[in-house]
Ligand binder design. Structure first.
Ligand SMILES: [Mg+2]
Length: 393
């Protein structure tokens, strides 16, 4: 390999929302605690004690509150968690500018070359990250380190698994000599980014472990899983394909509009065209890992008057189902009976990284379902072509 090897770490806060709560309420340390989503809908963060008792992630509060009387259930305080998150991320930037914030409580770091800067080993650097964040902010983090994002994620999972028996094991490194052994003991389904369909397909071909996967010929992988499969193989072998991206500049807005084939006075038709625009916008947002928290709909009349209305959303989203619901309300306000229209448009503004959408678990399990639905929509279109699904009016 002539390419420079990368050293990539994934820093992940442990039980993040619960850890934030314990900063303010130290009396909860060592006790079973859960944080609930918006309107106390379901469990979105659990302390280790609550996990051990069997409280499930996403469990509806009204069902489990009687089942787990010893657990302290807290209402979530998202703006506070964001504040703590920012402090953690700022601390990471003290180590390197190459920080990719992946979600409210996770970030990838490219540590390549920092041994010289810090005059110590990479293992010592990640130990220091753990210690500094604990000492200065009070949050426990786990760090996985290896040569690619996929392996760093795997290393992080290992660190977390080991913590069950060794609570002080905060870091885990997958070095070259360990890759084969690690991949042999990892199911392909446990690898970051490998979905149910791929797992099922590979299982049919008797490929169960990550090692069995990387042992397949490139030609076979390319033919059956495509470029993504080849990239995954390289990442699993420790060749970084997906760099840590600290620079990605998000576009400020995404918009779509199109003139109707004929002038329109029919509201249902206009809504249908609007739904199409929303779908294409959402697809673009999902492709770029973005979500919107401000949308507008604009109508252009036959004589080129533009009417538009903008609304702010509480939770960023990139799912059709939510945006279409909002757009219907906007259209109700904009549309005038008897006016002749020539086009409709949709604009998504205030874009944020999709990872921050994890926040919208605060909206309850419903949002997660809608997100999954939208993702499967993209997959279906990939397979069967555009326009396979339409949202009913
Ligand atoms: Mg976490």
């Amino acid at each position: 390999m002539s390419k420079t090897k990368r050293v990539i770490a994934l820093v992940d806060c442990n039980n993040f929302f619960v850890s934030c709560e314990r900063l303010m309420k130290p009396e909860l340390i060592g006790k079973p605690v859960c944080v609930l989503s918006n309107n106390d809908g379901c469990v979105v963060s659990r302390s280790n004690e609550a996990k051990k008792m069997g409280v499930e992630m996403g469990a509806p509060y009204f069902i489990i509150k009687n089942q787990f009387k010893k657990v302290t259930f807290l209402s979530g305080n998202l703006s506070y968690y964001c504040e703590i998150s920012k402090r953690v991320m700022d601390k990471l930037l003290d180590f390197t500018p190459d920080v990719e914030i992946y979600s409210i409580d996770e970030a990838f770091l490219d540590l390549t070359g920092l041994r010289k800067t810090f005059n110590c080993s990479y293992e010592e650097i990640i130990e220091r990250i753990v210690k500094d964040i604990k000492d200065e902010i009070g949050i426990d983090v786990s760090v996985g380190m290896s040569y690619s994002k996929v392996l760093a994620k795997l290393a992080n999972d290992k660190a977390k698994a080991l913590q069950k028996t060794l609570p002080d094991k905060k870091t885990y490194k997958i070095g070259y000599r360990k890759i084969q052994e690690e991949l042999k003991s990892t199911l392909i389904s446990e690898v970051w980014g490998v979905g149910k369909n791929t797992t099922a397909f590979l299982k049919k071909h008797l490929i169960q472990s990550a090692w069995e996967f990387v042992s397949q010929e490139d030609v076979w992988i390319k033919k059956n899983i495509g470029k993504i499969g080849l990239e995954l193989k390289q990442e699993l072998l420790g060749n970084s394909i997906h760099p840590v991206d600290s620079t990605s500049q998000a576009p400020k807005s995404v918009s779509r509009s199109e003139s109707f084939k004929e002038f329109q006075t029919n509201k249902a038709y206009i809504q249908e065209q609007l739904n199409n625009h929303i779908h294409k916008t959402c697809k673009k947002l999902r492709n770029e890992n973005l979500a919107t928290s401000c949308i507008s709909v604009f109508l252009r009349t036959k004589d080129f008057q533009v009417q538009s209305l903008k609304i702010n959303l509480i939770n960023p989203t990139n799912t059709e189902f939510e945006l279409i619901e909002h757009s219907k309300k906007i259209l109700d306000n904009l549309f005038q009976q008897g006016v002749i229209y020539r086009s409709v448009g949709f604009c998504a503004m205030r874009l944020t990284p999709q990872n921050e959408m994890q926040i919208s678990i605060f909206d309850g399990a419903n949002t997660i379902k809608k997100q999954e639905l939208s993702k499967s929509w993209d997959k279906l279109e990939e397979k069967f072509g555009k326009g396979i699904i339409k949202i009913g009016g």
